[in-house]
Design a binder for this molecule. Structure first.
Ligand code: PLP
Length: 460
């Protein structure tokens, strides 16, 4: 029988693409596998359906690293970070990163912290520390410990509510106001009492990129300590801002320069410029980490201490963080942040000059490198239509969403301006936004069926 008269699937082995003739394995581990090249191609072909990360202007997470950093990552994927006994130098490098961050955040002396999977794990651990310390204070004073609460604004990331639910703490969520999207001391004061384990403030919110009034909240907590004798610690969620403020706004005080700030989290995989899978928690002083939360184990005669929610994980992103620290140093990070800021300003100007949108926040306000904007007046379409039209016409992922209560009538669009959005792409994006609006002006907003499919999240 000639090759051409055989059924098509008998040629699969020879040409290495048998997978093209069947569905991708889905709900059951296949009985037999496939050649390595086929498996690689199968995945490649599935993933074309995902968005292109470079066009994802919704995400705060790093979408590009230098080839040398990528090499460090690829060469260390097989190293288990938690295995300090076998990989002691990786542990040394983690500690260097923590010391560098503690110094950057003006810790008053020697302190401690930990590498985490991201800010969410760092926040869980930081908030657990607040709870443990509060309980110890209450027990020492002979007072009840059954009703802990945590105070934070509606502008926080969902992880804060998650912590409260998982670890049995009452969330005291301060609603936003129709025209105020961050919180300050006057908002916090009515919610704080002797059962408050801490206040969480955000440096660079997910919604608009602005900061809570951390100086004001610190002053309030100092006053409460002075007047009422309740010592309420402040945790700063610097998931995004922790690598932006020190370089763009070095004189702005939000960190351990403020007395009540006891712990800070930052996402290495956001403006720390590392690929996803790295976060940091840094304490003001060693004593801010309750000893009970540290687990000691004896491994081959050596004592190892861990403070994590996860255990085994790759070393690559810790090493990649250190790569960035030594590669860029302070001046490199400053240069990168200023580059992003310059392109942010260009995009903001182009969007505002078009006349269709207004910007959220003033030019002189401290903000993450992003442009948050909304339609300046009523049209036959809204921000969700613009986001969808822009995606359909040019593939840009620029999210539209509503703010948390009591500002949930406010619709916003937001574009992150990271290193992959340079001057000329910013110009293109601004033109594309204008074109999408022109299209909508002519054809009107989306059909109801399409609107039901529009994404409404902020992106992370
Ligand atoms: C302010 C803030 N906190 C916490 C998080 C959670 O961070 P991660 O994704 O690193 O766990 C985010 C993520 O966007 C954030 O913006």
């Amino acid at each position: 029988m000639s090759a051409t008269s055989q059924p098509v699937d008998t040629h699969g082995d020879r040409y290495g693409n048998a997978f093209l003739l069947s569905d991708a394995p889905d709900n059951r581990l296949p009985d037999v596998g496939m050649p390595a090249v086929d498996a690689m191609r199968l995945l490649g072909e599935e993933l074309v359906l995902d968005g292109i990360p470079w066009r994802n202007l919704a995400t705060f997470v790093t979408t590009w690293m230098e080839p040398e950093a990528q090499r460090v990552i690829a060469e260390n994927l097989h190293r288990n970070y938690i295995d300090h006994a076998e990989y002691p130098q990786t542990a040394v490098i983690e500690q260097r990163c923590i010391r560098m961050l503690a110094d950057l955040y003006h810790a008053p002396g020697e302190t401690t912290g930990t590498r985490t999977q991201g800010s969410s794990e760092a926040i869980m651990l930081g908030a657990l520390s607040l709870k443990w310390k509060w309980r110890a204070r209450r027990e020492a004073a002979g007072k009840p410990t059954d009703r802990p609460n945590l105070v934070f604004g509606g502008d926080v990331h969902v992880v804060w509510e998650k912590f409260c639910r998982y670890f049995d703490v009452e969330p005291r969520i301060i609603p936003l106001q129709p025209d105020k999207y961050t919180i300050g001391p006057e908002d916090v004061e009515p919610h704080v009492d002797e059962n408050t384990i801490g206040v969480a403030a955000v440096l660079g919110t997910t919604f608009t990129g602005h900061s809570d009034d951390i100086v004001g909240i610190n002053d309030l907590l100092l006053r409460l300590k002075d007047e009422k004798g309740i010592d309420v610690p402040l945790h700063v969620d610097a998931a995004s801002g922790g690598f932006v403020w020190p370089f763009l706004y070095p004189h702005s005080e939000w960190d351990f320069r403020l007395e009540q700030v006891r712990s800070i989290n930052a996402s290495g995989h956001k403006f720390g410029l590392v690929y996803p899978g790295i976060g940091w928690l840094v304490f003001r002083e060693r004593s801010d980490l309750p000893e009970d939360l540290v687990f000691y184990e004896n491994y081959l005669g050596k004592t190892d201490a861990t403070f994590t929610l996860n255990f085994s994980t790759g070393s690559s992103m810790v090493l990649a963080q250190y790569y960035n620290f030594v590669r860029f140093g302070r001046s490199g990070y400053r240069y990168i942040m200023e580059t992003m800021q310059a392109n942010t300003r260009l995009l903001a100007k182009r969007i505002a000059d078009g006349g269709v949108f207004r910007l959220i926040g003033g030019e002189d306000e401290e903000q993450l490198p992003l442009v948050a904007f909304q339609l300046a007046e009523e049209h036959g379409y809204d921000e969700f239509d613009v986001a969808s039209q822009l995606a359909a016409e040019r593939g840009w992922m620029v999210p539209a969403y509503t703010l948390p209560p009591n500002a949930d009538h406010v619709k916003i669009m937001r574009a992150l301006v990271k290193l992959t959005l340079g001057h000329s792409l910013v110009t293109t994006l601004a033109d594309d936004i204008a074109t999408a609006c022109e299209t909508l002006e002519q054809k009107g907003g989306l059909h109801e069926l399409d609107r039901q499919r529009v994404k409404t999240g902020t992106g992370y």
